[in-house]
Design a protein around this ligand. Structure first.
Ligand code: ATP
Length: 304
């Protein structure tokens, strides 16, 4: 269990995290989402005791990391995959960590295999690794102490599609084992098939803490595309039923607030011929962008 309570971090007059409170429960993959600069990394670093909060608390399994350091058995984390000595092999890197954390050496080969870095790859210098391989090594490092709590900062960065699939399955397995798994990302599309719980922040503040299902429900309503040679007549009939109708081109309407079945009935009642009637599901990415629009630090084309 991770508990963040009224957590604040200020750098001079810049507030990176402001009175942030949320709970991350075991048995779930929780996505920690927010646009660039939202304060995700700062929060994770405070959870790990790497930086001191200005005020508030961040605890893992009931205690602050700094006061009760239990190393890799307590919490595993991937913060910056590039932050590894490039001259060492993955195996040597993990062996050194295992030794200093009193972890048996056989665990090194277990996590290397789990991360897809077994065989020859384990003996190669990390400096020659691709970003995706470094991410795999970072994940292997987080798993080394078999911890009940795992934190991953942007773990999908640099992974190929096969790697993304592997990470998703691994996170689900870790959660099914009853662990607490917190995964940060600035992309909803990455979390859509990865997380089942979400914490969304923007400009250091909490925007939403809910399940993915709840988040989907609050999303943009589905849109129905209707194509007909009588677009004007159908638009009036649909508007009279309370639908929101936006003309797309001469023959096409985009309709929200009313389902495709009812649109078909109304068209039938008004003797309007339909050439297309299709529903586009609400996009989570659109809902996320809508929700965080006010907290994006730098918008494309924004002269700020
Ligand atoms: N050491 C620091 N000194 C000053 N400002 C900082 C420092 N660290 C972070 N910040 C600022 O705090 C804010 C939050 O940064 P943080 O890296 O936590 O965001 P993030 O959500 O992880 O974003 P990203 O996805 O871009 O990494 C940003 O505006 C950042 O510039």
């Amino acid at each position: 269990m991770i508990e963040v309570n009224q957590l604040t971090k200020r750098y001079g007059d810049k507030t990176a995290v402001r009175e942030l409170s949320f709970t991350v429960r075991p048995g779930h993959v929780t996505g920690f989402l927010g646009p660039n600069g939202a304060g995700k990394t700062t929060t994770l670093r405070m959870l790990l005791g790497l930086i001191e909060p200005t005020s508030g608390t961040a605890t893992i399994s009931g205690h602050s990391f700094r006061r009760h350091p239990r190393g890799l058995h307590h919490v595993g984390a991937l913060l910056d995959a590039g932050d590894v000595h490039g001259g060492r092999s993955a195996r040597a890197h993990l062996r050194a960590l295992a030794r200093s954390n009193r972890i048996p050496a056989r665990r090194v080969d277990e996590v290397l295999a789990e991360a897809g870095l077994g065989g020859a790859a384990a003996g190669r210098r990390v400096g020659g690794y691709s970003l995706g391989m470094k991410q795999r090594l970072g994940i292997a490092t987080a798993l080394l102490g078999d911890p009940p709590v795992l934190l991953f900062d942007e773990p999908l960065n640099g992974l190929d599609p096969e790697g993304v699939l592997w990470v998703r399955q691994l996170f689900r397995k870790l959660a099914a084992e009853g662990r607490t798994v917190l995964v940060s990302s600035h992309l909803m599309s990455e979390m859509e098939n990865t997380a089942d719980e979400l914490i969304v922040i923007g400009r250091g503040e909490l925007i939403a803490a809910e399940s993915l299902a709840e988040f989907s429900a609050r999303g943009t309503a589905p849109t129905v595309t209707v194509r007909t040679p009588d677009a004007g007549a159908l638009a009036s009939a649909l508007s009279a039923e309370g639908a929101a109708v936006v003309p797309y081109d001469k023959e096409t309407l985009k309709v929200t607030g009313i389902g495709s079945d009812r649109i078909g009935e109304i068209a039938f009642e008004h003797h309007v011929l339909l050439r297309e009637l299709s529903t586009q599901a609400a996009s989570l990415e659109a809902a996320f962008m809508e929700l965080t629009a006010d907290s994006v630090e730098y918008l494309a084309g924004d002269p700020r």
